[in-house]
Design a protein around this ligand. Sequence first.
Ligand code: UDP
Ligand code: MG
Length: 329
Amino acid sequence: MSTTPARLSIVVPCYNEEAALPVTVERLTSLLEALIARGIVTGESALYFVDDGSADRTWSLIESCAHRNGRVHGIKLSRNRGHQNALLAGLLNAPGDAVVSIDADLQDDVVAIERMLEAHAQGAQIVLGVRRARVHDTWFKRFSAEQYYRWLQRFGVEVVYNHADYRLMGRRAIEALRGYEEVNLFLRGIVPQLGFRTAIVEYDRAARIAGHTRYPLRRMVSLAWEGVTSFSAVPLRFITGLGVAVSAVSLGFAAWALAAKLFGDQALPGWASTVVPIYFLGGVQLLCLGIIGEYLAKIYAEVKRRPRYVIEAKTAGAQGQPVRESPAG
Ligand code: UDP
Ligand code: MG
């Protein structure tokens, strides 16, 4: 149990968030000031907004906030790299003993941060925020999210139900994360792999404060697919199973055709027994090739070792921040 306050960084990925940003900055700043005043976190604690190549005024808003408000720092990515990469850029560049990641739309209750810090002080390196209910999401969003977790778990991916990317990570966990150099990034799957003492904090999820979701169906499906193919070999094993099943069926089919020839007196159904298997096997082979190709594409992306993000600019306060902190916490 540590009694010294932790230096806290809050990382906020932002993509076209000009509508939500002013409220977010204000709410997080007042939360941070309150935590500092109560001696829960140190005076160097700060907010790190990562602009994920926004096309709107997000970066200029961040810059002007950083100018006025000493607690606000900005990191600008050179282009849109997606939520996961933006988050990673923030996590790996923010200093502090504890780093909390939260979305810019404040759908995740900021009050839970204090409980996360408590769990951290009691020795947890990783504290996962878990949504209690999804009352403010649309029916479709709720349904797709539930199916998403269910299927990931079925595919053998270790994910915590209703935990997104609202979490606290201690310095040691972040340094461990630095070693995961994969390009196909799925933080929700990687964090449980890090190990360390993990705690869970429950909270209620609210509606977006402003703007609209950047996760349309296409992105949700792609995130789910990312989760499966980055962490699980089940689809590959499925191919083997399918191959065995199809072979068994065609063997049975051949036996039946032979029996009909030997003991039957009817003409053989030549067209069906020739053409149907050709189409069927052709389809199965294409499907299998497609799945294998999916993994090949991942290997291709991994071996290229391309950088996962490029930082174009930082606000003055975020310049030359020491990345490694004291081993406390
Ligand atoms: N985001 C990002 N890059 C993207 C898409 C989203 O940094 O390409 C950020 C976005 O600004 C927000 C967070 O990721 O802070 C979650 O996005 P959103 O709220 O749209 O997702 P949802 O809550 O609907 O799943
Ligand atoms: Mg959101």
